[in-house]
Design a protein around this ligand. Structure first.
Ligand code: PLP
Length: 417
């Protein structure tokens, strides 16, 4: 996948020092401190443009960036400039998207537990599409809309019962997952919801999981949606939109094989050829994942039973994916000396799960050295917490040879006291 180019081009060594575009990372560490999330604007623009141009073979497309992958305001603003709307899952994400300049009509409201308050605020803001998760949500939304003299545009999220063959905690399209309406129940429910005053039901949505490394489950799910659309039309419904969700994987390891965007677009074109609908896509990881690194400083190299522990100043509260999903993130010294070592890499948090790598062959590092964990642009800072009363790490956006702090280091006041 062309994502590999992102790794090579936007975070690469110049004169032995790792840079983000034209900025040597030690300059950022000096100015902002560590740990710090560093994003490349060029990598984001490049990924956004590659996504859009791959899909240009399809007749009618809307792209809504999944805000949960990276809700940074500057990142959202940049992606809005690339023609992306937003896929949100909370009132907080709605605020972020609107503040970043994304038009309400370009926002899709997903999420399995929208509160009445969130629904009402989204109606007031004029959100472009509500993705309904259950019949009762449609009834509540319809009555909230009626009470305000409005109509809500909605689609019904379908659970197609397809296994995305990804990590269980990011698989969402199987029977038994909490998301969507069982596909067999959809036609009758669609009949009932479409009769509600205040609701414009215009189609269906699905999203089967994240970090999908194979197109086959997506194709199977989309196929099922095709039959469903035909069935709904046969029942007299006008279906004008289908939201195909997100989920495309990225190469976290140098040798990971993931679908190319062109292969994905070709598959979608083939499956949806006769659908005659506007297609919505909700990419998150594939746009932002490779556009960020987490820079950290080595606090100690501590002897261990089998291997030394490289204790770094970043932890699971900065990057939860390894602790949550046993996820792999490449580790690279900012100024490697050419030697290697085998080590465990761990953060300071008081959990044995606060480990980024076990028995990994890495650049040799010493106390005080800088290093990065790669591919942290999606679900990195987005999932950060203040566990152990640690600060939320700052975020920096690099553009060419300049950089800007786009989120300050943040420690709740009561922790600092
Ligand atoms: C998380 C999510 C996405 C984005 O998933 P990625 O794997 O990051 O592309 C899209 N749509 C919905 C409904 C989601 O929950």
């Amino acid at each position: 996948m062309t994502g590999h180019r992102t790794l090579v081009t936007y975070f690469s060594s110049q004169d032995g020092v790792l840079c983000a575009e034209g900025v040597p990372l030690p300059v950022i560490a000096e100015a902002v401190g560590t740990p710090v999330h560093v994003y490349s604007a060029a990598a984001l623009r490049d990924a956004a443009h590659r996504f859009r141009s791959a899909l240009a073979i399809l007749p009618s497309v809307r792209v809504a960036f999944a805000v949960k992958a990276n809700p940074n305001g500057a990142v959202l603003h940049l992606l809005a400039g690339c023609g992306f709307g937003a896929d949100i899952v909370s009132g907080g994400e709605m605020r972020r998207a609107l503040d970043a300049g994304i038009a309400a009509s370009d926002i899709v409201f997903s999420g399995v537990g929208k509160t009445d308050r969130e629904l009402a605020d989204a109606l007031a803001a004029g959100i472009g599409q509500f993705n309904l998760e259950l019949e009762e949500e449609g009834q509540v939304l319809a009555s909230l809309a009626r009470a305000r003299g409005r109509r809500a545009t909605a689609v019904l999220r379908v659970n197609p019962n397809v296994d995305g063959r990804t990590h269980a905690k990011i698989s969402t399209g199987r029977r038994g997952n909490k998301f969507g309406v069982a596909i067999a129940d959809v036609p009758a429910m669609y009949d009932r919801l479409s009769r509600l005053e205040g609701l414009d039901l215009v189609g269906v949505a699905l999203h089967i999981g994240s970090q999908l490394r194979d197109l086959a489950p997506l194709e199977e799910a989309y196929d099922r949606i095709g039959y469903l659309v035909a069935d709904l039309r046969a029942r007299g419904h006008v279906i004008s939109r289908v939201d195909l969700g997100g989920g495309l994987g990225i190469p976290y390891r140098a040798d990971d094989v993931v679908p190319t965007l062109d292969a994905y677009a070709a598959m979608v074109g083939r499956v949806t050829r006769d659908w005659d609908v506007e297609l919505t896509f909700e990419p998150g990881r594939v746009v932002a994942g490779l556009a960020g690194v987490l820079m950290t400083r080595v606090i100690w190299v501590k002897p261990g039973a089998d291997h030394p522990f490289v204790i770094v100043d970043a932890a699971m509260n900065d990057l939860a994916r390894p602790a949550l999903y046993d996820a792999f993130h490449r580790f690279e010294a900012v100024a490697p000396d050419g030697e290697r070592m085998v080590a465990n890499i761990a953060g300071p948090v008081c959990e044995s799960g606060d480990v980024f790598a076990v028995a990994r062959d890495i650049d040799r590092v010493r106390r005080g050295d800088l290093a990065v964990l790669h591919a942290t642009g999606a679900y990195g800072a987005a999932m950060a917490s203040t566990y152990n009363c640690r600060a939320l790490s700052p975020q920096v956006l690099v553009d060419g040879d300049r950089f800007e702090i786009v989120a300050d280091r943040y420690l709740p006041e009561e922790f600092a006291a």
